[in-house]
Design a protein around this ligand. Structure first.
Ligand SMILES: Cc1cc2nc3c(=O)[nH]c(=O)nc-3n(C[C@H](O)[C@H](O)[C@H](O)COP(=O)(O)O)c2cc1C
Length: 373
């Protein structure tokens, strides 16, 4: 592909790190963790090692506590065995010349009692998620109305994030991304459709943003703010999440984040036609946040090399993260460099478990192909 500009493949200084390119691997749950303890396996080591030419890898969502679990076969970072498993991943990525952040995750209401000894999942308020089911050991199951966290419990969850960040540091991660997107716990606090609290964590936008900001600060206390990012999805609808003033709410959060000096702000605002694209009538938010945020800005959602170059050239972002293209193309960066063909992703193996569709996508050197992305 001929490029008018070639920003995507140029280095970028992001907080404490200098990335060799602006092609970031987006966080992606792959449901391959060892179910007996939610530990990353040797296949996971291989999977990330294969993708080390990314400017930055952001790990799959990684639970900060047992309470934060909502899906079967997903890894955590709260036990010694999990930290030991992640140490192998970070060592392999570093040996291959890469950089990797851990995405710290608490699902909140998007869970099921089978993960919590029969107890209800927790959330800011007792608001039942809509349009989603829980992926448990038995398959897909109905998600019940969660239990609202007590104020003291909210503070305890902030401490769980702090401990998880410390564990991520011990495991050799270069930093952490707080999962504040896609209708999970941090997002549930931010948006007023899911936050009906009357304490200091609910009501005004200042109060609804408090949890997210405390969590980010806790991670920054551990790593330094220049090794911490946060992911937001202001136009997302996962779990039926909604806010009565998306632009106002996320602008406020972004203004507050400016005070911290973060490594980056990562915003999902999928391009039209993408499955995660905003519903009709939902206002665009990312462009507002780009103007407000004073640090490195990352966009995600349906980008190709061409649309990513255009977004960088138009100064819409400094970095672009790619999800599905990285599942199918471990050497995505080399493919962009060479402007050649791409492997097609196999949706059936996204969450299937096993090595098929996980660590067996060939590199260009292994199997030249001639398909379009
Ligand atoms: C298999 C799969 C798993 C995902 N898991 C996560 C996750 O753990 N955390 C997260 O923030 N987003 C997750 N996402 C969303 C992706 O990070 C990304 O936002 C989405 O795929 C759109 O980007 P793309 O069009 O480049 O794939 C996942 C997406 C896919 C396809």
């Amino acid at each position: 592909m001929s490029q008018a500009s070639n920003l995507l493949l140029t280095p970028f200084t992001m907080g404490a790190l200098t990335l060799p390119n602006r092609v970031v691997m987006a966080p992606m749950t792959r449901s391959r963790a060892d179910n007996d303890g939610n530990v990353p396996t040797d296949s996971t080591v291989k999977y990330y090692e294969q993708r080390a030419s990314a400017g930055l890898i952001i790990s799959e969502g990684t639970q900060i506590s047992a309470q934060g679990v909502g899906y079967v076969s997903t890894p955590g970072i709260y036990s010694e065995a999990q930290v030991a498993g992640w140490k192998k991943v970070t060592a392999a990525v570093h040996a291959a010349g890469g950089r990797i952040f851990a995405q710290l995750w608490h699902v909140g209401s998007i869970s099921h009692p089978s993960f919590h000894n029969g107890e209800l999942p927790v959330a800011p308020s007792a608001v039942q998620p809509k349009g989603v089911q829980a992926f448990t050991g038995k398959g897909m199951e109905e998600i019940p109305t969660p239990r609202a966290l007590e104020t003291a419990e909210v503070k305890a969850v902030v401490e769980d994030f702090r401990k998880a960040a410390a564990n991520a540091k011990e495991a050799g991660f270069d930093g952490v991304e707080i999962h504040g997107a896609n209708g999970y716990l941090v997002d549930q606090f931010i948006q007023d459709g899911t936050n009906k609290r009357t304490d200091e964590y609910g009501g005004s936008v200042e109060n609804r943003a408090r949890f997210a900001l405390e969590v980010v600060q806790a991670a920054a206390d551990v790593f330094g703010a220049d090794r911490v990012g946060i992911r937001l999805a202001p136009t997302g609808a996962m779990g039926g999440i909604t806010d009565s003033d998306r632009v106002g709410t996320f602008s406020y959060v972004t203004e507050q984040l400016n005070k911290l000096g973060l490594a980056y702000l990562h915003v999902i605002e999928a391009l039209p036609g993408h499955p995660m694209a905003a519903a009709p009538g939902v206002p665009a938010v990312a462009a507002h946040l780009r103007k407000i945020f004073t640090g490195p800005f990352m966009l995600n959602g349906g980008y190709t090399q061409e649309t990513a170059e255009a977004a960088l050239a138009n100064n819409e972002a400094d970095l672009i993260s790619f999800g599905v293209p990285f599942i199918a193309n471990p050497d995505l960066v080399e493919r962009y460099e060479q402007g050649t063909a791409f492997n097609m992703p196999d949706q059936a193996t996204f969450y299937s478990g096993g090595d098929k569709g996980y660590i067996d996508y060939p590199t260009l050197a292994e199997a030249p192909v001639a398909t379009e992305q």
